[in-house]
Design a protein around this ligand. Sequence first.
Ligand code: ADP
Ligand code: MG
Length: 689
Amino acid sequence: MRDERLFPLFQPLDALPGIGPKLKPVLEYLVGGETIWELLLHMPERWLDRRPVDSFENLEPGEVATVRGEVHAIKAPYNERAPTRIELFDGTGFLTITYFRADSRWLQGQFPVGKERIVSGRVDEYRGERQMSHPDFVMDPAKGEMPPPVEPIYALTAGLTNKRVHGSQQAALDLVPEGLPEWIDPALVAKRAWPGFREALIGVHAPTIYDEIALFKARERLAYDEALARELAFGRARALRAQEDAPSIPPSPDALNRLVKTLPFKPTGAQIRATKEIMADLAEPHPMRRMLQGDVGSGKTLVGAFAAIQAAAGGFQSAFMAPTEVLANQQFETLDRLLSPLGINVASITGRDKGSVRESKRMGLSDGSIQVAAGTHALFQEGVVFRNLGLVIVDEQHRFGVADRLKLVGKGKAPHTLVMSATPIPRTLAQSIHGDLDVSILDEKPVGRKPIETRAIPDTRIEDVIAATGRALARGERAFWVCPRVDADTEDGSSAVARAAMLEDALEVPVGLVHGRLKADEKDAALEDFRSGRTRLLVATTVIEVGVDVPEATIMVIERAEGFGLAQLHQLRGRVGRGDKDSFCLLLYRAPLNEIARQRLDTLRHTEDGFEIAEADFKLRGAGDLLGKRQSGMVAYRLIDPVQHAELIDIARQDARLATETADKISPARADGLALLSQLLSPDIRFSE
Ligand code: ADP
Ligand code: MG
């Protein structure tokens, strides 16, 4: 039940003055919500200093400025395309204000000759003269008018002006209740010199003086509110989970060691650490919810296999779910190779299974003779019954919808769940971003991996790249060629379809082609041909990004690489360098590169460490993008900027733990406050629902 004190904030947006049926949907779209509270959560991106400058002399072209002067003259446009020019005089010099296609009567009303005006807007330089075109504010000082001294600048959407959003925020602020109890530990508030909650909202949306420290503090306090609410919610989710039952599956070091002995390599330290964490989780009588995060090629599957062995030894079935048929098959082959020699029965369950094959597999699942099932969504279709499902492993979890995951988890009685992801997230943030999941990180590459040589090459040298690819194919190796688009493209031939045809011609080899427009089975067939070596050159769009393991591939060409994101390029590159031969990643780019693109390609050339790349990516494009709502499976931030506020998250975690552990010692006022905070900023924890 919502607390009454918060009712005003949870009203619809049209409860605000000036928001009618037309503006309401636009504003809802902008803030991604329907309530006044959601509007208030729409933070300014920055603040403009609108304090008037002393003299026109100090105006800097390119900057927003506020000036005061007397209207000296209005000059009509000398032709249709020229602006009306208004000359403003401040006692030392002139500033020209220009308006294109403006109504002259209206202008004369705005700028009566001989009267004083305050105008605020962007200063430009035109033919060596400073001028201001279409100012944001024109005000009459005689009436006591003044632009806001500080103007918050918001992200906008079509149909909204900044003034409008700012005005709505100001109206919304009137509804923020006064006298709410402080929910943050008072000592922390004092130490950080944070304003109270209401003051902080006013401080960001309607600051009255331009004070960078005050703006920063207000913004930081709100970010902390979110961090604290998240950690409290995660703590509650954990506590709830600790009350749920799951089978306690004891560790089986013998079975595990038998697998280790069959491996041609030694597990990495990180694989061992993660395995131990999982072993301990499985032994608990409560459901495991763990994320195994590791860069491409870090060996997540083996860790999953270790977990499956423990389950099998304890008499439980495991289900490995992959997002595509190809990946499911690949996983089946790997698991079968690893586990069958130990007497564990592994089967693949996909939508392809038909008739009696399907029936017998279903039988195997329901009578328990299949101990490990690798498959796609088909694993949890109607009619699939597990005898004793104890462990669910979801690979490449970000590719699944939340609903899929939940359905699978529902199959067993709250079985233990391990999700695996290669999405690189800076280590410091992993725990907070994955919400209430426990996180294990594979931060060590298997030894003996050869570095991938990465080169950035202008696309004018594409012939060299084609020749190099031809030489690799002649040596019996395989190559990927990634294109940014599917369609035939007359301009530069960089579409997958055109490029495949062109390469087939140039190299005189069969070329596989895979892109998102193909049907699932066509896609699978093309990938399968490449995996098995029937084709040795595969032209693709980014559908190959995730998970295909073809150790014979030594060359990854990426066309128009400047248009891809850093994380994506890194994932693509991870498709090669899996065998014992030297591998290359050739980034073809179209000159000239802009600064960000140049830095991306540079970062990639200099490191293969996914975590380092994630950090760089964060800095280059801002975290919002990476952690936006589009990233399913993660709990998106609203007020926290993970780059700026990372440190707050750790503090909040400790604070939340303390608040939970010492709940009986907390003052009633703070307890009241914490309950309010949870209603305001609880994250939407989808995984654990
Ligand atoms: P990912 O984490 O991307 O899913 P995989 O599990 O597909 O990685 O492993 C990539 C490759 O590395 C596989 O061929 C696997 O057999 C191999 N591998 C896994 N662990 C090790 C190890 N400790 N040493 C050497 N190779 C390993
Ligand atoms: Mg994998």
